[in-house]
Design a protein. Structure first.
Length: 218
């Protein structure tokens, strides 16, 4: 999941805060609705003034743990939908029957829901307008033109190499230019050429750097 984005003009990596997961403004109305439902189930909703539910809430959102449980939950929806066709065991004019497992249990159970209720639950997993799936976000999008090697390099420059060098105040010297051993002309990097797939016994290098010989004056 990209924790940031590239600037459209400078193409620099702009990382998000390491403590950020969800915007409080979006979480507040959800928390208010969950709290109202809990009060209704407890029989206490009538004791709370109605205007409480009409004003904007400001929820104090703080990090708890390392977020591993949340990431495990979200990872299920990166490449999969809410329910796969293999779990649907039967459909008729009235109900949909599907298989499921309860939390902390490996026993497969079968549930039958009215068609409209099944559609209602399924549509809760459809992203609203303006949102996109994780696998299509940022540099993971198929339309993103920057090569993945450059993506890695720019993120490392923003988070690793640049920060360490500035903190230590190390003076980085430019490496000596590569020259052709035959004509002494400068060599300029062109591209990386990957060899075709070979058998496991092949001993060729995994990649070859293509160099172009330039005139010494160039």
């Amino acid at each position: 999941m990209p924790g940031g984005a590239f600037d459209g003009e400078t193409r620099r990596w702009q990382g998000c805060s390491a403590a950020f997961l969800l915007p409080v403004q979006a979480l507040s109305p959800i928390f208010r609705a969950k709290f109202r439902d809990a009060m209704r189930q407890a029989g206490l909703l009538g004791e709370i003034p109605s205007e409480v539910w009409a004003i904007d809430w400001n929820v104090n959102c703080q990090a708890v743990g390392d977020g591993a449980a949340t990431m495990r939950y979200l990872s299920r929806y990166v490449f999969k939908v809410a329910i796969s066709e293999s779990r649907i065991v039967g459909v008729d004019d009235e109900v949909v029957r599907f298989q499921y497992r309860k939390a902390h249990s490996n026993r497969v159970r079968t549930m039958a829901l009215p068609i409209l209720e099944f559609m209602h639950r399924f549509l809760h997993h459809v992203l609203p307008r303006g949102l996109m799936k994780v696998r299509y976000y940022g540099f993971l999008s198929p339309s993103f033109s920057m090569p993945i090697e450059e993506v890695r390099a720019r993120i490392e420059m923003a988070n690793g190499f640049a920060s360490r060098a500035s903190a230590a105040e190390i003076e980085v010297q430019a490496p000596a230019p590569l020259c052709c051993p035959r004509c002494a002309g400068l060599l300029r990097y062109v591209r990386v050429i990957l060899p075709p797939p070979r058998s496991a016994s092949a001993t060729l290098a995994s990649r070859t750097s293509a160099m172009m010989s330039l005139p010494a004056s160039g």
